[in-house]
Design a protein around this ligand. Sequence first.
Ligand SMILES: Cc1ncc(COP(=O)(O)O)c(C=O)c1O
Length: 461
Amino acid sequence: MAKDHLVRQLLESAAQRGIDYRESSPERRVAPSAAAVSDVGRFIEPMPECPTADLAVLEQLDEVGTPATVTMTGPRYFGFVIGGSLPVTVASNWLATAWDQNVGMHEVTPATATLERVAMNWMIDLFGLPEEASAAFVTGATIANFASLAAARNRVYRDAGWNVEADGLYGAPPISIMVGEEVHPTVIKGLGLLGFGRERVVRLKVDGQGRIDPTRMPKVEGPTIVCTQAGNVNTGAFDPVQDICDAVKPAGAWVHVDGAFGLWAAASPDRAHLCNGFQAADSWATDAHKWLNVPYDSGIAFVRDGAALKAAMSISAEYLLTDSEFRNPSDYTPELSRRARGVDVWAALKSLGKSGVAEMIDRCCSNARRFAAGLEAAGYHVLNDVVLNQVLVSFGEDAQTRRIIDAIQADGTCWCGVTVWQGQTAMRISVCNWSTTQDDVDQSLDAILSIAKSEVINEGE
Ligand SMILES: Cc1ncc(COP(=O)(O)O)c(C=O)c1O
């Protein structure tokens, strides 16, 4: 067993290596070199027969692993919708990992359960959600969508006189599920996991930004769940949730909002109008590991009817402290045992305050507009209305756009991904890292534009 002084040496070494990594992030290549990636093969070996010294384990992790990481936490990673991690959340994460609390039940982890309840209430206030809403701290928006839709399934069936938790879907009355044509695939996955089928959904017509067109929605009759989104993963566009709620809620439908990153717009006075009327919905999914910039994994499901979420998620057993006067986090989450991921959310919110969150959101949005302006000034076509943090740009023919994106990724100055937006290949730039500055945008634009220019010349030769 490790001696106390060795534990200290080990943890200090890990902290030092982590600090070195973070300090070097702004200057690191964003994509790792081919040599570093090939070196990862050194991890592939038969499981050791005998123990390895802890310090040697850490050393190998750092020496082989670190050079092969993609600098996702750095200021010039613009792939997918990723976000970085605020220093205070890395610190809170390290401390909470040292605590190693299983936050399923309040009575055995009072500190972390309380921190999660506080963070939940702060976010309900920040997003302007109904005060009575409850929440679940889950791994990400995929599971936040799933948990929200599980609550929806419970309530919509209950309204139809069916106890889905007890009797499942065998012989249950049919219900309609509606999603926009540009729904995020994780919503479809959640519907599949809940037994609704991935294909058995009505796809609602959308406009050129991916927003559901409420005037082209079918009439809602009978038990129905409508899935909307705040922040399309490509364009950043918002569904007109208020209009959709007005159209379908009188018929008793449940409206869910997938706000994986877009819900954070509600925290910025300058962008809150994008979320006008969203409070009328029934459930909202978001990620903290995207725009709040906390470490993975961290998503949150908010549900107005907390009893429906609890009915879908809670369990009981003689040995569990489920009959408690306190709010047990595991009554609301798919997992029983889990790490106290809400601690990092609390740390981020406490450190930033409302003004800090708003400033972070606004800074990312204005950097996205800076990207769009630079690309348009160079003659390239920005395909979306840059209302938030997402920019889609085409460099011409689809094959040319793909070739330029490959070259940008290999160059290492920044990292942007590829997508196909309504039939057209595009580069997708997502700005959601707390540390991205205007200089990072300008440095990235210089690299992107010079690569785009030279690729076009090379192709023409
Ligand atoms: C709109 C939307 N919904 C859901 C997800 C899934 O989120 P996660 O990967 O955190 O599960 C994403 C991820 O980018 C997203 O953009």
